[in-house]
Design a protein around this ligand. Structure first.
Ligand SMILES: [Fe+2]
Length: 390
């Protein structure tokens, strides 16, 4: 029997090489006054950026621009909202990586009331979002966070007292996700690696999650297959459009999966490592993926209390292995070995490269969660896996 499940709203999805050319007409279907957020890397690609802006300006009555240079902070969102609150914007468009897409999502949510975002952040603010927002179109230029399909925007404050917290409401799922893999061809190699590992982590954590369903499993598996085919190719040759398409598809699937099945221990540690130590989100995922899955697998094998997750670990190993007649145990270990190989091949840094030492482990664990991880890792298990990557 199919277990009960719920799927939250999805954006209208436009996935095609060259789909950026539909952006102006899509935007106009929501209104003529546009606010466009983008990152510096796209602006630096003059040919692409000029084409996009010319087509938007030709088809709209007013187009306002704002640049998002870092992970969005509460102050950044509030400034953009205050600058554009009186403009009666019809549509917010964000074209960029995960930070730009999250910024666009938060701005579209705060613009109707001219509100300050911090008041609505989970675990920080005292108010619940009411779900009102201005129509929002997300155009990813990296294959990473899947923000184009998620119901949350991550807002970051770094340093002492820092946090990474979500602004979340099911209405905040973008109205439209326009995904053009050709926009990702110029994504630098280190960002391709980190974002790609974020995608793989989200897919695998969603697949193994205690909240996974038949439907999220189908999407997660389809995304994992795409990443398995193409992560290394996209990393080695950014111009490989087929590989970029696979990664863009994997990222989209990961956003839908994580919104509906939740995530695991790596995403339970990532906010702490990002806000206190400034480790980029994709790097946290990439550097911890092998060690965290090794810890979870060993935890499950020692207790043998979760057959479904162990079967899933074996399926993952089979997908990544060339051997045809291995045992379940062989494939479970093969998956972990493959993750360690990926970590090497993608040159993912260690946590110590960001100044993290063994002395920080207690602080990191005290603020981390295991989320919907199939194994409820103990503090000692979490400490051991962190130590492997310091
Ligand atoms: Fe992530």
């Amino acid at each position: 029997m199919v277990k009960q499940f719920t799927i939250k709203p999805l954006p209208s999805i436009y996935f095609a090489v060259g789909s950026i050319e539909q952006l102006a007409s899509l935007a106009n279907s929501y209104g003529k006054r546009l606010l466009v957020l983008t990152g510096n890397s796209l602006i630096n690609q003059e040919n692409v950026w000029e084409k996009i802006t010319a087509s938007l300006q030709q088809n709209s009555s007013n187009v306002f621009f704002s640049t998002v240079g870092t992970e969005p902070s509460p102050e950044m969102i509030d400034t953009i909202v205050q600058n554009h609150y009186p403009e009666e914007i019809d549509t917010v468009i964000a074209i960029g990586g995960g930070s730009v897409l999250d910024a666009g999502k938060a701005v579209s949510a705060m613009l109707p009331g001219g509100n300050s975002v911090q008041e609505f952040l989970e675990g920080v603010g005292s108010k619940n979002p009411d779900g009102q927002k201005i129509p929002y179109i997300a155009v990813p230029t990296t294959a990473g966070t899947g923000s184009e399909a998620t119901n949350n925007a991550v807002i970051t404050r770094t340093g002492d007292g820092g946090f990474k917290k979500s602004l979340r409401h099911d209405n905040y799922v973008p109205d439209a996700a326009l995904i053009d893999p050709a926009l990702m061809r110029t994504c630098p190699q280190d960002i391709t690696a980190a974002c790609g590992m974020d995608t793989l982590t989200q897919l695998v954590e969603g697949f193994l999650s205690t909240k996974a369903s038949e439907m999220t499993d189908a999407l997660a598996w389809s995304g994992i297959k795409a990443v398995q085919r193409s992560l290394i190719s996209a990393f080695q040759n950014g111009d490989d459009l087929q590989a970029r398409s696979d990664m863009a598809y994997g990222s989209l699937c990961s956003g839908i999966v994580l919104t509906n099945s939740g995530l695991g221990v790596i995403h339970g540690m990532a906010p702490v490592l990002g806000s206190l130590f400034n480790v980029p989100h994709g790097v946290v995922c990439g550097t911890l993926m092998a060690a965290a899955n090794e810890a979870s697998l060993n935890h499950l094998l020692e207790r043998r209390n979760d057959c479904e997750s162990l079967v899933k670990y074996a399926r993952l190993g089979q997908l990544f292995s060339t051997k045809e007649d291995g045992s379940a145990e062989f494939y479970q270990q093969a998956f972990i070995e493959q993750l360690y190989r990926l970590t090497e091949a993608l040159n993912l840094p260690l946590l110590s490269d960001f100044g993290i030492t063994d002395r920080d482990i207690v602080t990191i664990i005290s603020q981390s969660e295991t989320k919907n991880n199939p194994a409820a890792l103990t503090d000692a298990e979490m400490a051991a896996l962190l130590k492997k990557r310091i």
